[in-house]
Ligand binder design. Structure first.
Ligand code: BTN
Length: 322
């Protein structure tokens, strides 16, 4: 166990330098160096000759020890933390190609080229949001990957609701919205063959502390802070999301998709609504009916036929009186 984990576990009690040193196989002066490095990151640690080191306060960073402190299951191990990355998804794909194991998590305090679905950018201001990518190596055929993305959306909504954001809902396929504003999104990228998945990278972007957004998205984006007035600890939210995902993942390995779809329905608000669909091939309107076996959205067109939306943008059509 490393120094920060020991201090977090002992919080608010002090731990002797000697205990930390022997737990880590370090010298007392090496422990002191680590304490100084943590203080530089903004952690308040008091050192007293007779009682040892005591953690007083810690900043809202996504440091591995902090995520591990709140984490309950296996996902999110190991965690690679970065101050800045171009995109956590890009780094995660590189690591996955090099053999990183199932459950590996890459987090960054900020991204310089954060990517969204359909070629959009994901605005990633330093320490304001959660920018994380999880590497999974699921034992499922490739056609089930969209269900994995769906499962991540369910996990995200469940985690956010558990922190008091009861109004969060899941806009197919995996956007989290509050009312008519987007709060979080998922970008999954995978590598494999038809019958076998090598890895899936699940990139999660959650707007947490932002009070405002760039003007182009300010009217369509929201954050946890905007909705609740609270600056909830990001590591705790991320750890809870991983825990929720871990609970849902076994549903994917079952041949029967009904339990997963039931979980999805609990958070969906599209079914039964008139929707606009924007796909690369064109735009159309219809009525959202539900999910197909593969996780696509079934939409009834005005001419009575049915279309399956695989990767489009779907929005609820505003009601008109005419
Ligand atoms: C979307 O709704 O369009 C998906 C947004 C996904 C953003 C996250 S932030 C962490 C990860 N790294 C990226 O470059 N994108 C995803």
């Amino acid at each position: 166990m490393n120094t920060l984990s020991i201090l977090l576990d002992a919080f608010p009690r002090p731990v002797s330098g000697e205990r930390i040193a022997s737990a880590n196989g370090l010298s007392r002066s090496a422990v002191w160096k680590q304490i100084q490095a943590l203080q530089k990151l903004g952690l308040k640690i008091e050192g007293k000759q007779n009682s040892g080191y005591r953690l007083l306060e810690w900043p809202d960073l996504l440091l591995p020890e902090m995520i591990e402190h709140y984490r309950s299951g296996q996902l999110g191990h190991p965690v690679y933390w970065h101050d800045v990355l171009a995109s956590t998804n890009t780094t995660a794909k590189d690591l996955a190609r090099q053999g990183a194991k199932h459950g590996t998590l890459i987090v960054s305090e900020t991204q310089t080229a954060g990517r969204g679905r359909r070629g959009r950018t994901w605005v990633s201001p330093p320490s304001e949001g959660i920018f994380a990518s999880l590497i999974l190596r699921p034992e499922v055929p490739t056609r089930r990957v969209p269900l994995l993305t769906l499962a991540t959306g369910i996990a995200l909504v469940a985690a956010l609701q558990s922190f008091g954001l009861h109004e969060a809902w899941l806009k197919w396929p995996n956007d989290v919205w509050v009312g008519r504003r987007k709060l979080a999104g998922v970008l999954s990228e995978f590598s494999g063959e038809l019958d076998r998945v090598d890895f899936v990278v699940i990139g999660m972007g959650i707007n947490m502390h932002q009070a405002e957004f760039p003007s182009e998205i300010d009217h369509t984006a929201t954050s946890f802070f905007r909705e609740t007035g609270q600056r909830t600890n990001r590591a705790q939210v991320l750890a809870r999301t991983l825990g929720e995902l871990e609970k849902i993942l076994p549903l994917l390995e079952q041949a029967d998709t009904a339990p997963l779809f039931t979980a999805w329905q609990k958070h969906d608000r599209l079914v039964g609504q008139e929707v606009n669909v924007i796909e690369t091939t064109g735009t159309y309107t219809g009525k959202a009916l539900g999910l197909s076996e593969s996780g696509a959205l079934r939409v009834a067109l005005p001419d009575g036929t049915e279309k399956l939306v695989l990767a489009g943008d779907v929005s609820i059509r505003p009601h008109t009186d005419s």
